[in-house]
Design a protein around this ligand. Structure first.
Ligand SMILES: Nc1ncnc2c1ncn2[C@@H]1O[C@H](COP(=O)(O)OP(=O)(O)OP(=O)(O)O)[C@@H](O)[C@H]1O
Ligand SMILES: [Mg+2]
Length: 365
């Protein structure tokens, strides 16, 4: 029997490509296609420290009526004199617990006030840093979305998100050794909130200025998408060829677009690095790179949709990639690591079996 093994394709990424995908570096090029956004750049170092600190202390801003910090009316159930003592000690710093915390009002009041005034001006917003939005942290808000109607919600979302931590600490991990050093200049983006129909969001893979595949972004089954496939492809082709490739500095990239009814305009939501850290959704990187290398000039790319009968394949918890053990991710990129992992796995299994049989015999005894 012969088996065709396809080697994992090499996919290197330069620091400049990652930088080009930062929101502020492409927004001005495609402003008329991108939902209205405010860019705050650079942000103070203390703001980054605020996001990186463990836990979060919301500011006690007297000028904001906040759902999160407005006082709880004292009653006989919650009025304990011990609490007041604790607070008195903390604020005077006797225990020193609160002193280490960054406080927006004390440490970055200008940014704090600017965030408040932007929300006052444009209404609800959704935040992101240079590359990532806190999609994995919606559980922390009562509405379970990234919609922020007050400044404290921005702080809560950003602080609770692993994707935001990735931007802060691992943005250049996939770049070559010499390019990894030095942190980027951080930016905070506030996008004006609007209701998006996730069925109409697509991720477009462009390699050497050619589309090599498009996937639905929200991996649920929508019965009406298949019939609209050609409409979406025509709009995406035109958008990539006439709007994006002439202006974007790299020839390979991954676009997120939104195409709402009546299907006349393509909105640009994000530009992501053509790199393994960008989620390929219904494709795999290997498949894309193999297909991308072999598509002839006349061959068409695939717009891949979730089919009615394969919904279960993708029915995993959203953002569960944050929960895959790192060993397994590393191993998937390196055949030697796969061997080591398999060996370790075998050892653990036999250890477990040995423990099971000895505890079984103890129980029987
Ligand atoms: N202005 C907006 N109003 C409401 N929702 C929005 C807005 N902009 C983006 N979204 C939603 O937020 C989602 C995530 O946004 P975005 O693609 O910028 O995040 P990301 O962190 O870059 O994601 P990924 O890690 O997949 O690249 C989008 O798929 C879209 O559904
Ligand atoms: Mg993105």
């Amino acid at each position: 029997m012969t088996v065709d093994y396809v080697p994992l394709s090499d996919l290197t990424v330069s620091r400049s490509h990652i930088e080009n995908c930062a929101f502020s570096n492409w927004y001005s090029l495609f402003k008329q296609y991108t939902p209205k956004s405010k860019i705050l750049k650079p942000v103070p170092q203390s703001f980054i420290e605020y996001l990186e600190q463990d836990g979060i202390k919301l500011p006690k801003d007297e000028t904001v009526r906040s759902f999160y910090t407005s006082g709880i009316a004292a009653n006989e159930d919650n009025e304990y004199s011990d609490w007041e003592d604790d607070e008195a000690e903390n604020s005077s710093g006797v225990r020193g617990v609160q002193l280490d915390h960054v406080d927006p009002l004390r440490d970055f009041p200008d940014l704090h006030n600017e965030l408040k005034s932007i929300i006052n001006d444009i209404g609800p917003v959704t935040p992101k840093l240079n590359w990532s939005a806190p999609k994995d942290a919606t559980w922390i808000l009562p509405n379970n979305t990234m919609k922020c109607i007050e400044v404290n919600e921005i702080y809560l979302l950003l602080n609770a998100s692993n994707y935001i931590m990735h931007d802060l600490q691992h943005a250049f991990d996939e770049c070559g050794q010499q390019e990894q050093g030095g942190r980027p200049q951080y930016e905070l983006i506030l996008r004006e909130w609007f209701n998006i129909n996730p069925a109409m969001e697509f991720r477009v893979f462009v390699k050497d200025q050619r589309i090599i595949g498009v996937t639905q972004r929200d991996i649920n089954y929508y019965d009406y998408l298949d019939a609209l496939s050609e409409t979406f492809k025509d709009l995406i082709d035109e958008f990539v060829d006439e709007v994006v490739t002439p202006k974007f500095p790299d020839s390979s990239f991954v676009l997120d677009v939104y195409i709402p009814r009546p299907f006349q305009k393509v909105y640009l939501i994000d530009i992501n690095p053509f790199a393994r850290k960008t989620d390929t959704l219904l494709f795999s990187w290997n498949e894309l790179l193999t297909v991308g290398g072999s598509l002839s000039n006349i061959q068409d790319y695939e717009l891949r949709l979730v089919k009615e009968n394969n919904t279960a394949r993708f029915a995993s918890k959203e953002h569960s990639e944050n929960h895959v053990p790192k060993d397994i991710v590393d191993a998937s990129l390196d055949p030697n690591a796969i061997r080591d992992l398999a060996q370790k796995w075998k050892e653990l299994l036999s250890q477990q079996q040995a423990e099971d049989s000895s505890s079984g015999s103890e129980e029987e005894a």
